[in-house]
Design a protein around this ligand. Structure first.
Ligand code: HEM
Length: 551
């Protein structure tokens, strides 16, 4: 056997090694690798040292990182939804931690005591700096003069607008919005059906797409009027393109990187500006319908136009950004949550019968509709909605520290300007904390959907809905002074979708067993719309008598 070749290559090794040693590229690669490795080892040690330290008054630790200076910037820039999910899955044991993208630091908290403290401390932590810079400016394209005004008036505009939304989404105003939505959604679905006789099925190849289109249209029309939806039918697709690029807008990506998203936002803002001019002209002629107007929409939107029109920095551009903000706020989470509210009912025969019983009990045959106030008080429907938001709202509640120092629990302190993120879906899965406050609510594990989770049954008393004690655990609508003002409207939108798709129409999922295969994985993304991972086929028909209520 000739071994000379092998021997030669062994003999060549020191020469090869020497050549590599003197190659500047190799030297650079090795230096970078060693620097990254040392950074990782050191940052892991700093993380552990802070996490297990008994000292008080320290800053929460920063997650280990590989690259000095940039830290987590690449991972955040590449896919922040997935990266934050990975961080929460690996380090989400309740210790607060910083993620640092080249100096932009976010603190993630999961411990319910920390969450309760943060949500209650509205004097020390405020969502508005984030709302002004990221939501209104970066995402909605608000002009700088409007942002300057919000910043200069000490939060007064924010307070006025939240209080105003609250007034219009509770009591009789809420009922009026619900009725309008019921009529609009019923009409929109009716128009999509085949024109055959009643009880003929129309196939729906993609239930989520069908639902998203009709429910977004019904909400947009209820809020903004029918004229804009008719003259600008792309409003639905443009709005969802804009919504699905939220994190890219937050990161400030320029137009050439996400041209379609900017183009969609341009069209939305332009059409809303035209809408705003028409509303103003009708108002000056005293020609607006007071409760709802085909051109100007709901009373809520009409009054907002006047309210913002009187503020400095609010020409038609400033007002349009605010209106887009409300349209976004009213749909981005409400539509997917309402989908799961309906879908969980549609794919569970037993639950569907119980929901249909409630619909029958509160049907108003004279007006071919339902008593929405009574349905909204029903413990099963309330508990189901709370459970749907707990399970499917993959959103974040955000605060910024506005005082020199804020004490987070007994151990940590946060400096002024710290941005605090509460990942609501993860907080809602934090079992040990639920066990302490509501042991009966975890009879079924928190990583399953259980419609009755929020129902309290006391001996001799009727069943009731309760979320008492869950302020730090169930934060899908945020909490404290800034808790979502549209939450009652969101719940009623869900109830209207059940009433229309199960009561007025009969909408059936075709493959009940297979439908679970397209369920999104809960912990793959830290935030973002949760929708089925594939198409779910369904069919729909009118109930035997048009607009009949099941009896
Ligand atoms: C299921 C649907 C919805 C979910 C899960 C949801 C969730 C949230 C959350 C987590 C916040 C932040 C609260 C905080 O900072 O403590 C919020 C704020 C807000 N939401 Fe909603 N929301 C929904 C529907 C709606 C609807 C339908 C509207 C309006 C029509 C709306 C309007 C607002 C507004 C204006 C704020 C800002 C409040 C403030 O900063 O004081 N939301 N929402």
């Amino acid at each position: 056997m000739d071994t000379s070749n092998a021997t030669n290559s062994i003999d060549d090794r020191p020469r090869l090694f020497a050549a590599l040693q003197h190659n500047p590229y190799i030297q650079a690669i090795v230096t970078v690798f060693v620097a990254c490795l040392c950074t990782r080892i050191l940052s892991s040690q700093w993380f552990e040292a802070a996490k297990y330290s008994n000292r008080r008054g320290i800053e929460p630790p920063t997650l280990p990182y590989w690259i000095p200076g940039l830290k987590h910037a690449f991972s955040m820039g590449y896919d922040s939804k997935r990266f934050l999910a990975k961080c929460l899955n690996k380090f989400g044991d309740g210790t607060p931690f910083f993620v640092d993208a080249a100096g932009q630091r976010l603190l993630l908290i999961l411990d319910p005591e920390h969450i309760k403290g943060v949500l209650r401390s509205s004097k020390e932590l405020d969502p508005n700096p984030f709302i002004h810079d990221k939501i209104l400016s970066a995402l909605m394209g608000s002009p700088q003069e409007a942002i300057d005004h919000y910043k200069s008036d000490g939060g007064n505009t924010d307070y006025i607008q939240t209080t105003h939304i609250r007034q219009h989404t509770t009591g009789s105003n809420l009922n009026a919005l619900g009725k309008r939505l019921f009529d609009t959604l019923s009409r929109s679905v009716e128009q999509a059906l085949l024109p055959q006789a009643d009880s003929e099925w129309t196939e729906i190849p993609d239930l989520y797409a069908f639902f998203q289109h009709h429910v977004t249209l019904a909400i947009a029309e209820t809020l903004l009027g029918s004229a804009i939806v008719q003259s600008y039918p792309e409003i639905i697709s443009d709005l969802w393109t804009h919504i699905e690029h939220t994190d890219q807008f937050f990161m400030g990506l320029p137009r050439f990187v996400i041209p379609k998203a900017y183009a969609a936002r341009d069209r939305l803002l332009e059409n809303i500006r035209n809408w705003s001019k028409k509303v103003e002209s009708l108002r000056q002629q005293n020609a607006l319908g007071t409760h709802w107007d085909a051109v100007a929409g709901s009373q809520l939107l009409q009054e907002r136009e006047t309210l913002y029109g009187e503020l400095p920095g609010h020409d038609v551009h400033g007002r349009a950004a605010q209106t887009l903000g409300l349209l976004y706020g009213g749909t981005s989470l409400t539509v997917p949550i309402s989908f799961w509210y309906f879908f969980e009912t549609a794919r569970d025969r037993d639950l569907q019968h119980r929901v249909l019983d409630e619909l029958k009990t509160h049907a108003v045959p004279e007006s071919s509709s339902y008593n929405l106030m009574k349905l909204a008080a029903c413990p099963l429907l309330r508990s189901m909605h709370a459970e749907t938001t707990r399970y499917y709202s993959s959103n974040l509640t955000i605060r910024e520290v506005i005082v020199p120092q804020y004490a987070l629990g007994a151990k940590y302190v946060l400096g002024k300007g710290t941005t605090v993120f509460i990942p609501n879906k993860y907080a809602a899965q934090y079992t040990s904390a639920w066990a302490q406050v509501r042991p009966q609510a975890i009879t079924k594990p928190l990583d399953t959907f259980w419609p009755e989770r929020y129902i309290v049954a006391e001996k001799g008393k009727p069943e009731r809905f309760s979320d008492v004690g869950l302020a730090g655990n169930w934060t899908s609508f945020g909490g404290g002074e800034h808790k979502c003002p549209g939450r009652h409207f969101a719940r009623n939108i869900g109830i209207v979708t059940l009433a229309v798709l199960l009561g007025v129409f009969e909408c059936e999922v075709l493959d009940l067993k297979g439908a679970h295969k397209t369920d999104p994985r809960l912990k793959e993304y830290a935030f973002g719309t949760m929708k089925p991972t594939g198409k779910v086929a369904a069919r729909i028909c009118r109930r035997p008598n048009r607009n009949s209520i099941p009896k």
